[in-house]
Design a protein around this ligand. Structure first.
Ligand code: NAG
Length: 324
């Protein structure tokens, strides 16, 4: 063991839980203080299943809104994530698809369950940033973008099914086991990061839906363990993928808006459930993405299809000085 290793080990013993906290990143807002970004999920299919169509439309909307960055809600590479850092799917499904000028911005990504079926650690590897500097994917992290703070949460390890009935899939659980400890840490760290945040807008990004009228429906584990933390800490928006659709669901228990953007490629599953369910304001079974524009007092959310149509638009305002 060399000297720096020894130093690191003693440091981590000394700092204890501090080192386990989410890594933090900063991204400046625009000069006028506003922020805009696109959200896409469930996409990497080498351009097929209308992925390239969606990418083209993202380019146009990205330009119009002069976006600061792009958020990916996971399932970045189908069907089974990346095989390693040299997997050509990274360029074939990402670099060569999102070619528009306006999309040459930082991408912030989480992992989806399909990403865990490959070499999950490859997607987190800084080597990928040398191939395409836009790429940043971590399990869980915090992004401070001045008026908004983003809390990216790795939800795949929270879902029982992937452990109890993996079927013929193998998941890359390196870095996740022992599972109970991993989950406890994620929940503790998201709770403390949210509690300490003084951002005007608090946005949580993850792969799995808390609430969905789509194929997978609500995610029991997240309703049980994550939702109470979000409700107690004034989260404004929860954004996810997983269901290959676009949807907007409101809550009667809190101001949280549940926004699914998981329509980056394969969609049209046709098994929508609970369309008339409580709080479902919008549901689209086809391909598309979401755009978000934020100022100190206004949030504007739009869902776009693969042809450049705005399918649903929703806005909310907050007083400039709200009680904290
Ligand atoms: C591509 O989009 C069009 C229009 O939404 C749709 O009719 C078609 O089925 C889509 N193709 C695939 C492979 O999903």
């Amino acid at each position: 063991m060399d000297m720096s290793r020894i130093l690191l080990v003693s440091l981590s013993l000394f700092l204890g839980s501090t080192l386990a906290e989410f890594q933090r990143f900063e991204h400046p807002a625009k000069d006028d203080g506003s922020l805009s970004f696109l959200v896409v999920g469930d996409w990497g299919r080498r351009g097929t299943y209308n992925q390239s169509q969606v990418a083209l439309q993202m380019g146009g909307v990205g330009e119009k809104l002069d976006i600061n960055f792009v958020v990916s809600t996971g399932d970045n590479f189908y069907d089974n994530g990346l095989t390693g850092v040299n997997d050509l799917a990274f360029e074939e499904s990402f670099t060569n698809v999102y070619t528009a000028k306006s999309l040459q911005k930082q991408w912030y990504s989480v992992l989806g369950n399909h990403d865990y079926r490959g070499d999950a650690e490859a997607q987190l590897d800084p080597v990928l940033r040398k191939i395409d500097s836009r790429w940043l994917c971590l399990r869980s992290f915090v992004l401070n973008a001045e008026i908004a703070e983003f809390f990216f949460v790795d939800t795949t390890p929270l879902i029982d099914m992937y452990f109890s009935t993996p079927k013929d899939h193998t998941y890359d659980w390196r870095g996740v086991l022992p599972r109970r400890k991993y989950i406890a840490n994620v929940l503790k760290d998201v709770e403390s990061a949210l509690r300490e945040s003084s951002a005007k807008w608090k946005i949580v990004v993850a792969h799995h839906a808390i609430r969905s009228a789509g194929h997978h429906g609500d995610t029991r584990e997240l309703v049980q363990h994550l939702l109470p933390i979000l409700e107690a800490n004034n989260v404004d928006l929860y954004m996810n993928g997983h269901d290959h659709c676009l949807e907007h669901i409101t809550s009667k228990d809190s101001p949280i808006q549940f926004l699914t953007s998981g329509a980056g490629s394969k969609a049209w599953r046709g098994d929508v459930k609970g369309l008339n369910g409580d709080g479902v304001k919008f549901f689209y079974d086809g391909q598309g993405f979401m755009s978000v524009q934020l100022t100190q007092t206004e949030a504007q959310i739009m869902f776009h299809d693969a042809f450049g149509n705005v399918l649903h638009s929703w806005a909310v305002s907050k007083p400039l000085y709200s009680s904290i």
